[in-house]
Design a protein around this ligand. Sequence first.
Ligand code: NAD
Length: 343
Amino acid sequence: MLTVLVTGGAGFIGSHYVKALLRADDVARVTVLDALTYAGHVENLGEAFLDSRLAFVHGSVVDATLVESLMAGHTHVVHFAAESHVDRSLAGGGLFVETNVLGTQVLTAAASRHGVERFVHVSTDEVYGPLPEGVATEDHPLRPTVPYAASKAAGDLIALSAYRTYGLPVSVTRSSNNFGPAQYPEKIIPLFVTRLLRGEPVTLHGRGQHVRNWLHVTDNCRGIEAVMRDGSPGEVYNLGGGTDLTSRELTGYLLDLCGATWDAVIYVPDRPANDIRYAIDWTKARDQLGYRPQRRLDDALAETAEWYRRNPDRWAPLATAGPRTVLPTGRPMLAPLEMPRGH
Ligand code: NAD
C-alpha cells in the first residue's frame, strides 16, 4: 500500500493530482503539505476532504523540522509546491529561490534519510529555455531565461543530485503548459476567461506570436502518476503532447468561448524574456510508461471556460482581493485540518 506525501496539494495541479490519487485502491494515505500562499486554496481539494485517507498539514516545505517530522511513514513523495508564476518572478526572484530550490533541498534531504521509495519532482518544460525550432528531449541543455524557470532548473538539479549522492529514487517530470478548472486567475487562460466573462478587455503581449503547448491538467496528472508508479530512478520524463498554439490563436478560442470579439483585445509591449516557443519531445514517457494525453483541446477548453462561468464564487474574490500574505518560514506551522467553506 502507498502512503503519499503531496506538497503543494492545495494548488492547481496538486489538487487535481490528489483527487486522482484517492481513486486508487492501493493508496492508504495521502498527506498534503501546503503553505496556502496566495495560490493555495483548501477549496481546491473540495470533496476530497470527505475521504478519511486525506490529511492536510498547513506548513512550508522549507521548514526542515516540520518536513522531517512528516516524512516518516510515507513511502512516496510527489513534490508540486512552488512559486509558479513567471511574471511574479520578474518582480523579485528571492521567494522563488527559497521555495523552489531550498524547499526541494529540504524535502530531498529528509526523504533520503527516511528511505522514501519514490520521490517525484514536478517540473516544467520552461527549464529548457526557448526553442525557436525543434524539440527538447530530456538531455537537452537547461537554458532557462527567467527567474521562475531558473529556480525550477536548480530544483531539478538538486533533486537529481539526491539520487546520485544518496541513492534517493528521484524522478523528474517536465510538462508543458497546463490548463483546466481551478487554476489561479493570473495564468493566461483563467485570466482571459475571467476578464472576458466580466466584460473586461484582455491584454496580449507583443503580436501574440509566442507558442506554448497546452496540456489538460488531468493529462499531466496521469503522466505524473505513471512516473510515480513505473518511472526509473534518476530519470527525467517530458510530459507533453497537448496542442501547440500561439497566444493569438489561444485568444481566438477564448474570445469565442466567452462570446467576445477582438475588440476586447489590447496589444501591449512584450514582457522581458518572453520566450518565443517551448517544445518538448515526450516519446520517452510514451514508449516507456504508456503515457498518452487523452483530452482534446476544444472540449477541454470549453469545459474549463464553463467551470469559470459556473463558479464565480471560486475566482471573483481572488480577482479583487490581491495577493495573500505568504507565511513566514521557520516557525512551526502545523495547523488543524482546515475545512473548505460549505463542508
Ligand atoms: P500553483 O501556484 O497553482 O500551486 C502551488 C502550490 O504550492 C500552492 O498551493 C501553494 O500554496 C503551494 N506552496 C507555495 N509555496 C509553498 C511552500 N513554501 N510550502 C508548501 N507549499 C507551498 O502551481 P501549479 O500551477 O499547480 O504548479 C504546480 C507545480 O507544477 C509547480 O512546481 C510548477 O512549477 C509545475 N508546473 C506547472 C505548470 C503549469 O502550467 N501550471 C506546468 C509545468 C509545471
